[in-house]
Design a protein around this ligand. Structure first.
Ligand code: ADP
Ligand code: ADP
Length: 229
């Protein structure tokens, strides 16, 4: 069984007044094993965010099939989405909430009953306990990023997806995020991350797919991929 399965996935952005039609995904076939830390590696413009946005329900595919934790995103969209937590590239934390409120609102959106919420545990895991009562607008960029990860995990999904988790992030925070990701994976969470840093994929991932111009051009265990480079 797979965490994510894409078959023949195509995404075409329609033409605009200023730009022609853009085929961002040209028939992607990808199976991401449960329990893995899977890296989607590729240059800017390759289609990584488009792929993630389709999984997250932020972007409609043109054709092809996608299953998340065995649930087809067309047939069972709610169940499919409930199986993933997504950390988007850009920080979008609510400035006038506290981190605790932010997590409570997110849990509410996912229908997690109050007695099953793990707000304190999540804040602690991400080193935010001290700031639970501060306004999000007062947090550093690094703390906001960590809050984004906590928000993605409120409903305890089996899969966590991170879009360029460490783009523009300093070394210290990068290490913190990596260690949290590794810890989650040890607890059984499947991790999917996009990156354009080979080093990051090498450090974290046990399998890497390389995506280039909307196509998967390699998909192998990290060790065999690296031995060929
Ligand atoms: P990556 O995440 O690998 O950098 P993207 O998925 O963001 O790649 O982009 C893939 C291609 O699709 C790029 O050529 C990009 O300009 C184009 N693209 C992405 N989003 C849109 C959009 N909303 N409308 C039109 N073109 C888009
Ligand atoms: P990435 O690093 O993932 O390529 P981008 O800066 O390309 O990020 O994209 C940021 C946002 O802009 C995304 O929501 C993407 O869908 C949108 N976008 C990217 N390229 C285009 C484009 N050519 N036309 C319209 N929107 C785009």
């Amino acid at each position: 069984d797979f965490a994510i399965e894409a078959e023949g996935l195509i995404k075409t952005y329609p033409a605009t007044k200023t730009a022609p039609e853009m085929r961002a995904l040209k028939g992607v076939d990808l199976k991401i094993p449960r329990g893995s830390i899977f890296g989607l590696l590729g240059p800017n413009g390759a289609g990584k965010s488009t792929f993630i946005n389709i999984l997250a329900g932020l972007c409609r595919k043109t054709s092809g099939t996608v299953r998340i934790w065995g649930r087809d995103i067309d047939e069972r969209p709610r169940d499919a989405r409930a199986a993933i937590g997504v950390v988007p590239q850009e920080i979008a934390a609510d400035p006038f909430f506290t981190p605790k409120e932010s997590l409570d609102v997110q849990a509410g959106m996912y229908g997690v009953p109050p007695n099953e919420r793990r707000t304190a545990e999540l804040l602690a895991a991400l080193g935010l306990s001290d700031k639970a009562q501060a306004y999000v607008r007062q947090l550093s960029g690094g703390m906001k990023r960590r809050l984004m990860v906590a928000k993605a995990m409120v409903h305890n999904p089996p899969v966590l997806i991170l879009d360029e988790p460490t783009a523009g992030v300093d070394v210290e925070l990068r290490r913190q995020l990596w260690s949290y990701v590794l810890e989650l994976n040890r607890k059984g969470v499947t991790i999917v991350l996009t990156t354009h840093y080979l080093e990051e994929a090498q450090e974290l991932c046990d399998q890497i797919a390389i995506i280039s111009r909307g196509q998967v051009v390699a998909n192998e265990p990290t060790t065999t991929l690296l031995s060929r480079l």
